[in-house]
Design a protein around this ligand. Structure first.
Ligand code: FES
Length: 144
């Protein structure tokens, strides 16, 4: 593998980018082959996190539907979206955005890093939950 280099003002040559490091407190998912295309897999309980791979990219997201808490890892996967098995709200796993009758807030998503062929989820750098605290389509409150 060719590593890009750059020179600083003193003329010293450095590697342009440091190799990826495992973030502190990251959840180890396993080898990339453990994250198959087109299926969600729960990898952590507290907080609940699931992963899925779409187009070669691994996405990590909250494995708990904001409407009534169904496990999204048991939902139907279509491309970069997962459909809640209970009331069919659809969530995009890259942005967390939802659509459907009972959509009420976005899912949390988490950065994923791959180091030496092993996939990790950075639980400390999760996305903020959607700031909207409101009611779902059926009047239940979203768990923010
Ligand atoms: S529990 Fe997911 S949409 Fe109702």
């Amino acid at each position: 593998m060719k590593v890009p280099f750059r020179r600083d003002r003193s003329g010293t040559t450095h590697a342009a980018a440091a190799p990826a490091a495992v973030p502190d407190g990251a959840v180890r998912v396993g080898p990339l082959s453990d994250v198959p295309e087109g299926a969600a897999r729960r990898v952590h309980d507290r907080p609940p996190i699931a992963v899925l791979r779409h187009g070669g990219t691994v996405h990590a997201f909250e494995d708990r539907c904001p409407h009534a808490g169904a496990l999204l890892s048991r939902g139907k996967v279509s491309g970069d979206s997962v459909t809640c098995p209970s009331h069919r709200t659809v969530f995009r796993v890259d942005t967390g955005k939802s659509s459907g009758e009972f959509s009420c807030r976005a899912l949390r998503t988490y950065p994923v890093v791959t180091v030496d062929g092993t996939v990790y989820v950075d639980t400390a750098a999760r996305s903020p939950r959607d700031a909207r605290r409101g009611k779902c389509g059926d009047g239940t409150a979203a768990d923010v």
